[in-house]
Design a protein around this ligand. Structure first.
Ligand code: N0T
Length: 528
């Protein structure tokens, strides 16, 4: 049986991403941690902007801030480093009791080198850009040149060395080298240097990893050769940087992906080719063993697409982590799907008061209401975040966000039991019952915002929580059964379960109605 009691924290332990029996946990202070995160806007990485960031982190009850550190700001002049922003960021994160994920914006920040220092991005000779298949030079640095890799690596190593000294308590829990790597309007680099490598053999590590026969890229991968070659090339480049950084301070490192269509093949010319999209995850796994996770940035609102993406990235060999998701209300309920897929963290993008919003990807405006769309879920989850992370790592968990139209669904809870999840119900009766036909509809149901989480505590015992959802347990084999005890409670600071009351009567007669209140229930089922 699972113990929910948390052992004492071990301070100063290095954060670590661990895998056991195909399940994953991000260990912070030695114990599984659930990241309830938020990512700051792209130009929030300056001392002047931080006061506009922390109030949003607070308002959302986030426990982690993801924020850029730009190559141009730490090495404006080659070889001269300035970590004053990093130091201020660390100090303020500690004061705000918030963990950090550092986003290393360097060679690639979405295809381009805008965040590279001028001495890099204006020196095309020393740091060449790529040439696409049409012979056009694009504003994206090529991964095939040593000078570029060495320069980026040197700066990243300096950053990690600095963190090692300046952050002994590990306020920084993860690092993201680069951002949404890959190239737009180019499948790969076709420059003579690149072409020469492309015409050579596929490296034996990759041939072996994918169970292929040796040969040239074209011979081994056919129509996928250009993209696979580029994914491998960028993967090796990022891996070398991550590996060198980890030699200074081995924090967990992940690479985020700008996604392609999750269901269909899409022309790589139209997305960030070479990044870890679902079709090249195995190439990336082989290319970048120093990268702990490949992580999807989700800017698709449809639950079908989101769920497919979570399946693609949550694998026994890849911890599911969503470092970016759109910032408006429609995305908020996906926290439940991410946790249902045993995700280790979740972070909407661009929620701060620096004055930018990325509609139509995310919200039109970023204000207190926008933050609260996520805040309601974070406030529900934060008191039990450690316990959830532990249950997710060691046991069986399920979770779903409301689908479009409040479509009900039934989850199989491992054989004996199932649970039907319905939305838009009043607490009494059922909207599906004819005698309820005259009852009003629940208000504010146009944008799906509900979700439910279930964790198995024992053969016939479950922990449940959620938001605006009704959970009705059932016997998978049609046995006569009853909900024998429903205990409402909460977790205290030490992670121990505190009993508050037993739900009975109206509270259980029409399923278990999770409302907008932060409710956590332990449910026991029995046959008779
Ligand atoms: C994201 C963000 C930021 C379906 C956009 C998303 C962030 C970067 N890029 O605000 O720039 O740094 O990682 C790209 C989405 C592609 C379009 C998807 C259409």
């Amino acid at each position: 049986s699972l113990s929910l009691a948390a052992p004492a924290f071990a301070q100063g332990q290095l954060p670590k991403l661990v895998t056991k029996n195909g399940r994953h946990a991000l260990l912070v202070d030695g114990k599984p941690f659930l990241m309830l995160g938020v990512q700051a806007n792209n130009a929030a990485n300056y001392p002047s902007q931080l006061p506009k960031v922390w109030p949003a982190v607070k308002a959302m009850s986030a426990n982690t801030l993801e924020i850029p550190v730009a190559w141009e700001q730490i090495e404006p002049v080659e070889g001269k480093f300035d970590f004053s922003y990093v130091d201020l960021l660390l100090k303020q994160a500690r004061e705000n009791d918030t963990k950090l994920v550092i986003l290393w914006f360097a060679t690639w920040k979405n295809n381009g080198p805008q965040y590279a220092p001028e001495w890099v991005k204006l020196d095309n000779k020393r740091f060449p850009r790529l040439i696409n298949g049409k012979g056009e030079m694009k504003n994206s640095l090529s991964p095939h040149f040593r000078a570029t890799l060495e320069a980026d690596k040197k700066a990243f190593v300096a950053l990690m060395r600095h963190l090692k000294a300046a952050d002994p308590d590990h306020t920084v829990i993860m690092v993201q080298p680069e951002n949404e790597v890959g190239a737009y309007s180019a499948i790969r680099d076709f420059s003579p240097t690149a072409q020469k490598i492309f015409d050579g053999p596929v490296p034996s590590e990759l041939v072996k990893a994918l169970g292929k026969k040796p040969g040239t890229w074209k011979a081994v991968f056919g129509k996928d050769a250009d993209e696979f070659f580029y994914a491998w090339s960028i993967g090796r480049y990022v891996n070398e940087i991550a590996e060198a950084g980890k030699r200074e301070l081995p924090l967990p490192m992940y690479v985020n992906a700008a996604l392609r269509d999750p269901f269909h093949d899409q022309d790589p010319f139209t997305y960030s080719s070479g990044g870890p999209t679902w079709n090249v995850l195995d190439v990336w796994k082989a290319a970048a063993p120093s990268i702990d996770a490949l992580a999807p940035d989700i800017y698709m609102r449809e639950s079908e697409k989101v769920r497919k993406t979570l399946e693609q990235y949550g694998r026994p060999d890849n911890a599911l982590f969503v470092p970016e998701i759109g910032s408006d209300k429609a995305y908020a309920r996906y926290i439940y799907d991410v946790l249902g897929h045993q995700g280790i963290g979740f972070a909407p993008f661009g929620l701060d008061y620096t004055g930018y919003s990325n509609y139509p990807l995310g919200a039109k405006t970023v204000d207190a209401k926008t933050l609260e769309n996520f805040g309601v879920h974070y406030r529900l989850l934060s008191p039990m975040a450690r316990e959830w992370a532990k249950l997710s790592f060691e046991g069986k968990v399920w979770g779903v966000g409301e689908q479009e139209g409040g479509k009900p669904e039934t989850l199989d809870l491992g054989g004996r039991w199932n649970v039907r999840i319905t939305y838009g119900e009043w607490q009494f009766g059922s909207i599906e019952a004819p005698w309820m036909a005259k009852a009003e509809k629940q208000p504010d149901r146009e944008i799906p915002d509900a979700g439910a989480l279930i964790a198995q505590l024992g053969p016939d015992e479950f922990l449940i929580t959620g938001y605006r959802a009704r959970l009705t347990f059932g016997s998978a084999k049609g046995e006569q059964f009853m909900v024998s005890r429903v205990e409402e409670g909460h977790f205290n600071e030490a992670g121990q379960w505190v009993f508050d009351r037993v739900w009975n009567g109206d509270q259980v007669d029409y399923g278990l109605n999770l409302t907008t209140l932060p409710q956590i229930l332990k449910v026991k089922l029995a046959t008779y």
